[in-house]
Design a protein around this ligand. Structure first.
Ligand code: HEM
Length: 286
C-alpha cells in the first residue's frame, strides 16, 4: 500500500532558518554590532594598545615577562576545601611566567609598578589549574567597565583625563597610595603574588568555600629606594631571576584564605581583613 506520509520539508527548512537566524543575531550581539558603546572583548583588547602601537607577538597586557618551569608540592591541607587533584599531597609540574603589568613589551623594568605571576599546575587526571596573580593586595577598580575607562584615561591626550577618572572612581585612590608607598623589591623572587579575585572551591562533600589565595615568598623582601631602582638596567628583573634560579630554586608558600560570611566576594578593590582563616596548602618552586 502506498504511504501518504510526506516529510515536513518546509517545516524543517523553517526550523533551520530560525536556528541560523538566532545564532547570527547572537554572534552580532556578542560582537557589539547592535550597541557600539557596549564593552566587548575586542574593544577591551584594543584599549590595551600602547601609543607606540600593538607589539605583535606579545601578550596585549603583561607583555614583558620570562617563563620558567617548576613544581608545586601540595601538602594535602587544601583537600579540606577543594576536591581538585592539585591539592592532594604530592608534587605536580608547573609552567609559569613572571611578568610586568604593562602592554609595552619594551618598558624598562623600574617604570612598571605592578608585577605579575601566571602559573599552570598540571595534574595526572588531565586537569590544569591556572592562576594569574599580581603583587598589589587589591585591584585598582571594581569592574571590567571601570578598568576599561581607566585604560582610556591613561592613554588619553586630555591632560585632566586621569584626574577626572579618579574623581568618578574614588576606590582608585587606595591603589594610588599603594603604588606610592609599598616597598619595591629588586626581584620577582621577593614578591608576594595575590589572586585578588575571589573563587569558589568545592570540597568532596559538595560544600562551597569562597577563597582567595596568595604566594608568600621564602626570600626576604628587600626594599629598593627610587634612586637604587633608577640605576638598574632596563631588564634587571629578568636578569636577576635567571641568576638567582641558577644558584638555587626559589620558593613560595601558597596560602588559601577563606571568606567570612558577609565579606565582599565580587569587589577586587577590597582586601579581606587579615584575621581571616588561612591554610597553607603547598609550596610552588622554580
Ligand atoms: C577586567 C579585568 C582584566 C582584564 C580586562 C585583563 C586583561 C588581560 C589581558 C588582555 C592579558 C593578556 C592575555 C594574553 O594576551 O595572553 C592579561 C594577562 C594577565 N593578567 Fe589580566 N586582566 C584583568 C584582570 C586581571 C587580574 C585581576 C589579575 C590578577 C589577579 C590579572 C593578571 C594577569 C596576569 C598575571 C597576566 C599574564 C598572564 C600570562 O603570563 O600569560 N589580570 N590580562
Amino acid at each position: 500500500m502506498a504511504s501518504s506520509y510526506r516529510p515536513p520539508v518546509l517545516g524543517s527548512l523553517a526550523l533551520i532558518a530560525i536556528v541560523i537566524g538566532v545564532s547570527a543575531v547572537g554572534f552580532a550581539y556578542t560582537a557589539g554590532w547592535f550597541s557600539p558603546q557596549r564593552l566587548t572583548p575586542d574593544r577591551f583588547v584594543e584599549a590595551f594598545a600602547p601609543p607606540t602601537g600593538v607589539a605583535l607577538g606579545h601578550r596585549r597586557n603583561h607583555a614583558k615577562g620570562i617563563c620558567f618551569t617548576g613544581v608545586f608540592e601540595a601538602n594535602g591541607a587544601g583537600s579540606e576545601l577543594s576536591q581538585a587533584q592539585a591539592f592532594t599531597r604530592r608534587q605536580y609540574p608547573v609552567l609559569g611566567r613572571f611578568d610586568l603589568g604593562t602592554a609595552d613589551a619594551n618598558a624598562p623594568d623600574a617604570t612598571v609598578r605592578v608585577r605579575g605571576l601566571g602559573i599552570r599546575i598540571s595534574t595526572p587526571d588531565g586537569q590544569e589549574w591556572r592562576s594569574a596573580m599580581i603583587d598589589p593586595p587589591f585591584f585598582p577598580v571594581s569592574t571590567p567597565q571601570a578598568f576599561y575607562e581607566l585604560l582610556r584615561a591613561s592613554g588619553s591626550k586630555e591632560p585632566n583625563a586621569l584626574e577626572t577618572f579618579a574623581i568618578a572612581h574614588p576606590e582608585f585612590a587606595k591603589f594610588g597610595d599603594w603604588a606610592k608607598t609599598a616597598p619595591c623589591t629588586g626581584s620577582y623572587a621577593e614578591e608576594r603574588f595575590n589572586s585578588i579575585n575571589s573563587f569558589i572551591f568545592v570540597d568532596r562533600s559538595g560544600n562551597d568555600h569562597v577563597v582567595r589565595w596568595s604566594l608568600l615568598p621564602a626570600a626576604q623582601p628587600v626594599a629598593l629606594s627610587p634612586e637604587e631602582l633608577a640605576k638598574r638596567g632596563p631588564d634587571f628583573l629578568e636578569q636577576e631571576i635567571v641568576h638567582r634560579v641558577a644558584d638555587a630554586p626559589q620558593r613560595w608558600t601558597m596560602v588559601v584564605t577563606v571568606a567570612n560570611p558577609g565579606d565582599p566576594t565580587a569587589d577586587p578593590t577590597v582586601a579581606w581583613p587579615p584575621d581571616r582563616r588561612s591554610i597553607q596548602v603547598g609550596t610552588p618552586a622554580t
